[in-house]
Design a protein around this ligand. Structure first.
Ligand code: SF4
Length: 375
């Protein structure tokens, strides 16, 4: 299953999406993070998480359109559009998480006139009474576009059913991440990552079934204990590192016991529907206890990172940030101050999608691990 996931993830032509659209269904590309994928699903469309082109996409057109000082995911996503590899999609959602994502929506709307594009405004003031109504209005603007993209008319009961399904998927993903936290030698970070990544590519019903089948196989696995330090991985919530780099982190002697790779709807916890499901969806974003770099923290950033270190029983933190990703880099400054105060060791690495040589990263990781093991 993991091997199959690897093949699907490494194929930038979206084979699972093409299979879906060949059956007359329609797909919507969702740029990370915070896209209300439940809503897309409720309208009979397949929400697909876009995570750029990864290591397999040569950038030959997008460089001419975007500055060299931008993150790789923006360029590779544009490259996919310019080379018709996003042709199976009928609409695209770009959340306003940073200037890069915001501007991609404008570029896509000019570049792909036959598709709907939507820039989703996300509120950052979580105390105002106007915040939830504002976000509901945003979702209604999105609904109108999804209907134009071929979605079925919006019906609240369909959204409720979708929320229930996504809750199930969140629960299964939660089990996977809990296994990684409590028994980190049962599955590697790469395995956990690949299984989660499928969650944004497959119909959600299929993904839940797949994780159900994997559950007992993971439980029955004999542990493969090694001397490794429990580590929290922070930063890659949007652009994703290559599989080689993900592999390298654990090979160097870390157990990643909590991470920000692929949120797969983990940007809020279980979603309770009370009354209007659209309001519940908006409230879930506003009240989310989950803190990632593109959302103001419910508490201070320093408190948030210390709580996560504590919850994961981590011995150290690795900041793995995409090159030129300002939201992630800004938070590193705040996180580091809190970690310094508590004398918790950390390491900061930067990555790009098309990085192929990791010798320097390997050296830094091994030194970091040894400094903790032999402290
Ligand atoms: S990687 Fe960072 S800068 Fe780039 S689109 Fe994502 S959040 Fe924005």
């Amino acid at each position: 299953m993991v091997q199959l996931a690897r093949e699907v993830v490494l194929d930038p032509t979206y084979p699972t999406v093409r299979a879906w659209t060949r059956r007359g269904r329609r797909a919507v590309g969702c740029f990370p993070v915070y896209t209300p994928q439940e809503l897309v699903h409720a309208m009979g469309l397949l929400p697909v998480s876009l995570h750029g082109g990864g290591e397999n996409v040569e950038i030959s057109h997008a460089d001419a359109a975007l500055g060299s000082f931008l993150c790789s995911i923006s360029k590779s996503t544009l490259e996919l559009a310019l080379t018709a590899r996003l042709a199976p999609f009928r609409a695209f959602i770009f959340p306003y998480i940073c200037d890069v994502s915001r501007n991609l929506e404008g570029i896509f709307s000019r570049l792909m006139p036959g598709t709907e594009t939507h820039m989703l405004h996300l509120p950052q003031n979580f105390r105002s009474e106007a915040t939830v109504p504002f976000l509901v209005a945003e979702y209604r603007r999105l609904i109108a576009k999804l209907e134009r993209a071929g979605g079925e008319p919006y019906r609240p009961e369909r959204l409720e059913a979708s929320v229930r399904l996504f809750n199930l998927q969140r629960e299964r993903i939660g089990e996977l991440t809990a296994t990684k936290r409590d028994e980190p030698d049962k599955l590697t970070l790469t395995e956990s990552y690949l299984l989660r990544r499928l969650g944004g590519l497959l119909p959600r019903e299929v993904h839940v079934e797949l994780l159900d089948r994997m559950r007992s196989q993971i439980e029955d696995r004999p542990p493969r204990r090694k001397d490794a330090i429990r580590t929290l991985l922070v930063g890659p919530f949007c652009e994703q590192p290559t599989l080689d780099l993900i592999d390298l982190i654990e090979q160097a002697g870390c157990y990643i016991v909590d991470d920000e790779l692929l949120q797969v709807h983990r940007w809020y916890g279980q979603l309770e529907v009370e009354g209007d499901p659209l309001v519940s969806l908006a409230r879930a974003y506003v009240q989310s206890p989950v803190d990632i770099g593109v959302r103001a923290a419910p508490s201070s950033k320093g408190e948030a990172i210390l709580r996560r270190v504590n919850d994961a029983r981590a011995q150290g933190v690795i900041f793995l940030t995409a090159k030129f990703c300002e939201p992630a880099l800004e938070d590193v400054v705040l996180y580091r101050k809190a970690l310094d105060r508590q004398k918790i060791p950390y390491l900061h690495l930067e990555f790009e999608e098309r990085s192929t040589s990791f010798e320097q990263s390997r050296l830094q990781l091994e030194t970091f691990v040894e400094s903790i093991l032999f402290d």
